[in-house]
Design a protein around this ligand. Sequence first.
Ligand SMILES: C[C@@](CO)(OP(=O)(O)O)[C@H](O)COP(=O)(O)OP(=O)(O)OC[C@H]1O[C@@H](n2ccc(N)nc2=O)[C@H](O)[C@@H]1O
Ligand SMILES: Nc1ncnc2c1ncn2[C@@H]1O[C@H](COP(=O)(O)OP(=O)(O)O)[C@@H](O)[C@H]1O
Length: 299
Amino acid sequence: MRSLHDCPAPAKLNLFLHVTGRRADGYHLLQSVFQLIDRADRLHFDLRDDDQIRRTNDVAGVPEEQDLVVRALRLLQAEFARRHGRLPPGISVRVDKVLPMGGGLGGGSSDAATALMAANALWQAGLSREELMALGLPLGADIPFFLFGETAFAEGVGEALQAVPGPDCWYVVIEPGVAVPTPAIFSAPDLTRDSKPVKIADFSSHTDSCSTVGFGKNDLQDVAMRLFPPVAEAVEWLSSHGDARMTGSGACVFCAFSSEDAADQVLAQVPGKWTAWKAKSLKTHPLMKSLLQNQGVVE
Ligand SMILES: C[C@@](CO)(OP(=O)(O)O)[C@H](O)COP(=O)(O)OP(=O)(O)OC[C@H]1O[C@@H](n2ccc(N)nc2=O)[C@H](O)[C@@H]1O
Ligand SMILES: Nc1ncnc2c1ncn2[C@@H]1O[C@H](COP(=O)(O)OP(=O)(O)O)[C@@H](O)[C@H]1O
C-alpha cells in the first residue's frame, strides 16, 4: 500500500468544559466531554521515493513547517527510525481544510491524529493506540482524544480519557468569523479556574435527550465573549433556540437538537453574516476500525 486518500479528520465539540485548577507549569486542569461530529477536514497521503515529509498544498495561515500534520508525521518517522534503525519512506500530504482555525473544533489536532493513524498504517510502524496518543500529546492537548476515537470524559489537560456514552444529537454550529487564540483565553485574569470537580455519572445522567445536553457549562465562554464580541453575538442569537454554548476556547457556538428537521429549521434562520452548518454526533472515529485497529486498510 503506497497511498491513503480521502481520510477524514472529524471535528469535536466540548459538550461542557470546566476549569478545575492549574498545574505547576501554568497549564490548566480541565474536565470536559469531547464529542466527535461528522464534519471533517480531508487528508491525502502518498509515500515518496525519498525520506522527506512534505505538504503539497497551501493552507492559509499555516506555513508547512508549522503544520501539525507535518510535525506529527516527522515525530512518527523519527520514532520509527529509533525502533527499526532506518528511516521509513517520506510522505506527501495534502490537507483539505473544511474546519475553521481557532474555532474550538480541534481541526489542527484532528488533522494530526489522522496523519498519525495513516502513517502508522502506511509504514506498518505497529505503534499501539496508546503509543500514538503519547507521541501526539506534546503537539496538542486534543490529539490524544482524536486517537482515542470515541466520546470521552477528559481530565488533566485533556489526556486522561474515559469512554462515556454521549447523546445522539444533531448540532447546529455557528462560525462567528473570528479566530480565538487559546492562550488569550487561558491567560485572562477573570477566567474561572476553580470549578468544583464533577463525576462521570453526573454527566451520564444527562445524556438521554438532546434538550438536556446542557450539563455544566463552558468556563472559557465568558472570557471569550468579553474579548471577542462576535462570539457573544452568536451565543445570544443561538440561545433563543436552545441551550447554546461555545466549544473549546472558541470561537464556534453550537446547540443540540434531537432531530435533523429541528436542526434544519434553526439553520434556515441563521443570519447570513455567519457561516453555519449542521452535523451529527459520531459514536466512533471514522478511521477507527480501518486504521487504528489495523484491520483491512482500504487503499
Ligand atoms: C481548551 C481546549 C479544549 O479542547 O481548547 P481548543 O483548542 O479545542 O479550543 C484545548 O484543550 C486546548 O489545547 P491545545 O489546543 O493543545 O492548547 P494550545 O494551543 O497548545 O495552548 C495554548 C496555550 O494555552 C494555555 N493552556 C492550554 C491548555 C490548557 N489545558 N491549559 C492552558 O493553560 C497554555 O498557556 C498554552 O501554551
Ligand atoms: N493542520 C492544521 N490545521 C489547522 N490549524 C493548524 C494546523 N496546523 C497548525 N495549526 C495551528 O493551530 C491553530 C489552532 O487551530 P485549530 O486546531 O483548528 O483550532 P482550535 O484549537 O481552536 O480548535 C491554528 O491557528 C494554526 O495556527
